[in-house]
Design a protein around this ligand. Structure first.
Ligand code: GDP
Length: 509
């Protein structure tokens, strides 16, 4: 495919919504989704596609209608721009355009500035949405003033940054906001090549209860066709179960469509780039060429046999979220770890609770300096989803550490308490044997379990029925004692002179 000439065509813009907590990011995203996305055939919108595409009629700048023509816009549906930050942290941009939401009753706040700094660093155009204009205490002029103070010069007020006054609640001005987005997109002429193999970004990941590891991908360039395979970070998925944001099966997808792809062999990190290959074999070959995985704060799948405790993290700022993700990636050991299945900024929502319920084991929802939406709280109580709120990071990690210990399945750990050598086998009858030997280290205990090893190979396991030193029954024979013991083997094998025996104790941790 690489040597085909690029055929660049217009592609829909990818938009991210940013701004201070509670200024209405989620409400705006919900309003746009509800009023512009055709409902799914199954009657509901799938929860797990953290981006959606809307169709909006084109209006030309003179205000007249664009003769029934429409254009697409892709919205990243993770308010709090977790994905945006994760991708920025890797030095790329997933979004072409940002909407900076500022509440008209509150003005510019700490996270407005944070968002603005991120937008500027990303060097992408943005549109200011002055929200909540339906509120009696909304003051658009004062809000404009607080925005201009940050060096953001608004259109019609001497500057060139487009803005609209909206109410995400009533929907007032939202159409106009979408018009402005399309105008900005037109000026920037976003192009892509439909003939190229697809590439783009991982926006969100989750475990699908029945189908396995899934990710929401936004295609930035190229086309993804059934039968191909996707390599995202080090995770591979065949393009077999591919769905759009309505849960409809897709055979093919192109830019800037958000899709849900199921069947990854490990959970890719949010913000990771992906690339499509002709088939799984080629994707695997590409993975082999990669450097070994570097440790990162991005969520990764638990290793084989490793318990993974799913958690959802909501924090008040991108800074705190990043710090929490860093810390949670350090919790646990080779037996168990915490896997962040979803993270973001802002209030704990009903969507978080639904995500928590979606996995095989319910995820714990962790909030840092955030509120819980009352509906989410009620639903969590009803369905037994645990929500914990913290305001100190180390308390949060301490608590997660404890939760991990509590919820990890109990493991049996075998500890060798003593070793010995068999010097003589006095009798062998079926599974009953009488042996004599010398304890080299530690002790052998009555009723203790033994591993019998010959030339470094384990030949069987046995139990000590009775043990004697100096012809006296004892509970333990300690090094360097010589002993005689009656043992019972679990399978049929005969211990022999020269075998090593290891006495082990099993504890549950
Ligand atoms: P986020 O933290 O930025 O995602 O904010 P949310 O979308 O969760 O909104 C925070 C609160 O403000 C919620 O109670 C919303 O119902 C409310 N809200 C959001 N937009 C508007 C609006 O345009 N008008 C009014 N009156 N309330 C709004």
């Amino acid at each position: 495919m690489a040597n085909k000439p690029a055929q660049l065509v217009e592609r829909p813009p990818v938009v991210v919504v940013m701004g201070h907590v509670d200024h209405g990011k989620s409400t705006l995203l919900d309003f746009i989704r509800k009023s512009n996305v055709v409902a799914s055939e199954h009657g509901g919108i799938t929860q797990h596609v953290a981006a959606y595409e809307v169709v909006h009629p084109i209006r030309d700048p003179s205000g007249s209608n664009g003769a029934g023509r429409t254009k697409h816009i892709t919205f990243i549906d993770t308010p709090g721009h977790a994905a945006f930050s994760a991708i920025r942290a890797r030095g790329a941009n997933v979004a072409d355009i940002a909407i900076l939401v500022v509440a008209a009753d509150d003005g510019v706040k700490a996270q407005t500035l944070e968002a603005l700094a991120q937008i500027r660093e990303a060097g992408i155009p943005f549109v200011v949405a002055i929200n909540k204009i339906d509120k009696p205490n909304a003051n658009v002029e004062r809000t404009q003033g607080s925005i201009m103070e940050q060096g953001v010069y608004l259109e019609k007020l001497g500057g060139d940054v487009p803005w609209t006054a909206i109410s995400a609640k009533t929907g007032a001005g939202v159409d106009e906001l979408l018009d402005v987005i399309l105008l900005v997109a037109e000026i920037h002429e976003y192009k892509a090549d439909a003939k190229a193999p697809a590439e783009g970004f991982v926006i969100e990941t989750h475990r699908d209860q029945k189908r396995g590891l899934a990710a929401t991908l936004v295609i930035g360039n190229g086309t993804l066709v059934g039968g191909m395979a996707v390599l995202a970070g080090r995770a591979i998925a065949p393009v077999r179960i591919m769905e759009d944001h309505l849960g409809k099966t897709l055979k093919e997808a192109t830019f800037s469509t958000p899709i849900s792809l199921v069947g990854f062999d490990e959970l890719p990190g949010v913000g990771e780039t992906f690339r499509a290959y002709k088939n799984k074999r080629e994707a695997e070959a590409a993975r082999e060429q990669m450097a070994p995985a570097a440790a990162s704060a991005a969520p990764t799948a638990a290793g084989e046999g490793q318990y993974s405790m799913p958690v959802i993290v909501r924090a008040d700022t991108t800074g705190s979220l990043e710090a929490i993700l860093q810390e949670t990636s350090r919790i646990g050991d080779e037996h168990g770890r915490v896997t962040v299945v979803q993270s973001g900024i802002g209030t704990i929502s009903e969507g978080d609770v639904k995500t928590a319920l979606a996995g095989e084991s319910h995820a714990v929802v962790i909030g840092f300096n955030v509120r819980i939406d009352p509906v989410a709280e009620a639903r969590a109580r009803e369905r037994g989803v645990r929500i914990e709120i913290f305001n100190i990071i180390y308390k949060l990690t301490e608590n997660l550490d404890e939760l991990l210990k509590e919820s990890a399945p109990k493991r049996k750990v075998e500890e060798t308490v003593g070793t010995a050598k068999i010097m003589k086998v006095f009798s062998s009858r079926k599974d009953e044997h009488v042996i004599g030997g010398a304890v080299a280290e530690g002790y052998l205990a009555k009723n203790g379990m033994l591993r019998i090893i010959r030339r470094k190979v384990l030949i069987g396991v046995a139990k000590i029925k009775n043990i004697q030193t100096n012809k006296q029954n004892v509970d333990r024979a300690e090094a360097p004692a010589e002993f005689g013991a009656q043992i019972e083997t679990e399978t049929t094998f005969e211990p022999a002179q020269g075998d090593t025996i290891e006495c082990f104790a099993t504890t549950t941790v």
